[in-house]
Design a protein around this ligand. Structure first.
Ligand code: PGA
Length: 255
């Protein structure tokens, strides 16, 4: 059985001081729920403080982006080895990075390989736009993103990744996808593509999250779906709601 994983993508929110104060507020609650992997992804500058505050807990820390090169003239970027002292995870290919920072399928693939080589678990984001969804292109587009992101990885490496399926039209809009709809894209499109590339066993081993306006009031629907293994949470991860979501997920495991 795949262990649920709930990750909080803070995006460009909270100063280092605010991050530390908030992590101190939520860490006991999160750490008391070992049946769910919880991961906090603050901005780069808060990573050292957050990682320090979470030492000795089971709570994971992730970065929101990373360069695939190990060093060099890449102003404003962080290399994998700069993150490993503070992180176990890194979000790769978030739709906001694809839309505003020219992240491509090719760079996502390079970053996934670089993250794995550094010992980081990539959380690889895929998802279609509203236009693609309305044009009936979701399956082919998302399947193509998965194929491109995992290109050249071994089955073993693929199993070291997490995928977040985030329909772009549901991110930060309050308009969440239905659990049945998201679950079917995850099961049929994402896992189906992984099965095609790596075989069924590997496809069944990889955890796939849903993302897009996930919150305490709807997370039981997503996590209750057999194909959805967690959530990548934006807005709700900035509040106590995040702990509630991890708790709701743990409760579902008992039913
Ligand atoms: P949201 O963001 O939960 O605020 O919709 C999700 C994400 O972008 O990962």
């Amino acid at each position: 059985m795949r262990k649920p994983i709930i990750a909080g993508n803070w995006k460009m929110n909270k100063t280092a001081d605010e991050a530390l104060a908030f992590v101190r507020e939520i860490r006991a609650g999160l750490n008391s729920i070992p049946s769910v992997d919880s991961v906090i992804c603050p901005p780069f500058v808060a990573l050292p403080l957050v990682s320090d505050a979470l030492k000795g807990t089971k709570i994971g820390v992730g970065a929101q982006n990373m360069h695939y090169e190990s060093s060099g003239a890449f102003t404003g970027e962080c290399a994998p080895d700069m993150l490993t002292p503070f992180c176990q995870y890194v979000i790769i290919g978030h739709s906001e990075r694809r839309a505003y920072f020219a992240e491509s399928d090719e760079s996502v693939n390079k970053k996934a390989k670089a993250a794995l080589a550094a010992g980081l678990i990539p959380i690889i984001c895929v998802g279609e736009s509203l236009e693609q969804n309305e044009a009936g292109e979701t399956h082919s587009f998302v399947s193509g993103q998965v194929r491109a992101a995992f290109d050249g990885l071994s089955a073993e490496q693929a199993q070291g990744c997490v995928i977040a399926y985030e329909p772009i039209w549901a991110i930060g809009t309050g308009k969440s996808a239905s659990a049945a709809g998201a679950g079917s894209i995850i099961g049929v499109t994402v896992r189906g593509t992984l099965a095609d590339v790596f075989g069924e066993e590997t496809a069944q081993a990889i955890r796939v999250q849903y993302g897009g306006s996930a919150k305490p009031s709807n997370c039981h629907e997503y996590l209750g779906h057999a194909d959805i293994d967690g959530a990548l949470v934006g807005g709700a991860s900035l509040k106590q709601d995040f702990v509630d979501m991890v708790r709701i997920t743990a409760e579902l495991l008992k039913t």
